[in-house]
Design a protein around this ligand. Sequence first.
Ligand SMILES: *Cc1c(COP(=O)(O)O)cnc(C)c1O
Length: 375
Amino acid sequence: MPSASVLIPPHLLPADGRFGSGPSKVRAAQMDALAALGPSVMGTSHRQPPVRDLVARVRRGVAELLGAPEGHEVVLGNGGSTSFWDAATFSLVRTLASHAAHGEFSAKFAAATSAAPFLADSHVTRAEPGTLATVAYDADADVYAWAHNETSTGVVSPVVRPAGATPDQLTLVDATSIAGAAVVDLREADAYYFAPQKVFGSDGGLWLAVLSPAAIERVARIDASDRWIPESLSVQQAVTNSRLDQTLNTPAVATLALLAEQLDWFADHGGLAWAAGRSRASSDHVYAWAQARDWASPFVADPAHRSPVVATIDLDPAIDHTAVIAALRENGVLDVFPYRKLGRNQLRMGLFPAVDPADVEALTACVDYVVERLA
Ligand SMILES: *Cc1c(COP(=O)(O)O)cnc(C)c1O
């Protein structure tokens, strides 16, 4: 092992050094539960009761945690949120999507619908990274799309239908990095979708979406139309299979097991309000810490737009973020790099509910220690 350029005293270190914005910390108890569950589900048929029970447990757990209204269904499929963008492009957008884009992830979904040859050119309301773009009423649109949490910049959005939106205009909300860590009213979203490797500290490879009756009806209508839809990107296939606690093709069973365990952990501690409170406590600490340093400041200027789950902290140009990040990594404090394409002198911290707020305090103490030594 190379000798660390800065050796952080052990008493300052967090008990767990994983602060990534996704994949994120998987708790030891989840791994233990997976090991215990392993022989009954791993390496067994996903068409038989043990794995189907696991899918059912996940679907029920998500609906309960997020307070899914009557008639909304938890649907899942393979390929993560990126695949859901393509699936939604095929199965949920009728003619034209209106997007808000203010970072990499919200822009990627806008690019997906814009590139589809069977759709009209998407409308995209853009804003500079670090600020918030929202969608306004758009008479041409049959879908509005935005990200509840823009993970690349640490900007949080309200989850509310645009004023004047008609019932035929669906709202598709990318909650990949915040579903389960912020209180939400799902009557405002026709598709509230996410992946398990962020808030739920599971592994990647799946997408999950809470779909409203209007979204389910749209999916069925488009499925019955003459649009060609690849089977693996058909939301209708996902709806049909999910109703049977199945997936179209083989799912990542370990991902499901880790997710089910995390849903139980949230439920046992008080559900969504508790999980959101953990992230809020951690992020309140980080933003206050940054504001109290003359060499650090929250990247998101408007406090109301600062994410409770992904904190982005700009550093003074005299402090090289890559040196800070490298020194932290040598001490086992991991993955606080900024989003790769943002190109800022920044630290980005994943503050999901699984991350102990005491470890977040240790993290900021470690940054203080490293910055002092590097200066
Ligand atoms: C991570 C992330 C995605 C991509 O998720 P994958 O499961 O890796 O495809 C999409 N949107 C947001 C907001 C994300 O944070």
